[in-house]
Design a protein around this ligand. Structure first.
Ligand code: MG
Length: 147
């Protein structure tokens, strides 16, 4: 029995408009059809994930792309909240940040980030990095099937 594959739901938590556009561009070319939802700060991300005011109908993301340095609520705090919540912790969280600091890498893995990627500075490399993340997490990896 086959069912039509659902569109993958991706939550992009990113405050840099240029990085939002680039990430959307890379994902628009992905093999797996997807919808990208953008949260521009950490509080908005948690409202989306917990279906708070204004986000009552938000889908459960299959994947979260998380910037670390965010206004209002830092990406590290978002990560801690997601991985501390039994309802949310199985959603893979890919940290995608300009930081290459060893303490950020250690700290985010301690908080159970699923992977950590430093944003390449070159635009072509950035697009390729997003494509590789998408290919691995949405095409190769088996994820739990849940609503
Ligand atoms: Mg930022």
């Amino acid at each position: 029995m086959t069912t039509a594959p659902a569109r993958a739901q991706i939550l992009l938590v990113e405050d840099n408009p240029g990085d939002v556009v680039l990430t959307q561009e890379a994902l628009s070319e992905a093999k797996v059809a997807n919808d990208v939802h953008v949260a521009v700060d950490g509080e908005e991300a948690m409202r989306f994930l917990r279906r708070g005011p204004g986000y009552e109908d938000a889908p459960r993301p299959d994947l979260i792309l998380l910037d670390l340095n965010l206004p209002r609520k830092d990406g590290r705090e978002v990560l801690a909240d997601v991985k501390g919540d039994p309802e949310l912790r199985r959603i893979p969280v890919i940290v995608l940040t300009t930081s290459a600091a060893e303490q950020d890498i250690l700290h985010t893995y301690d908080l159970h980030a699923n992977s950590y990627v430093t944003k390449p500075l070159d635009i072509g490399d950035f697009l390729e990095a997003v494509r590789q993340i998408e290919g691995f997490w949405l095409e190769l990896v088996r994820l739990p099937d849940e609503e």
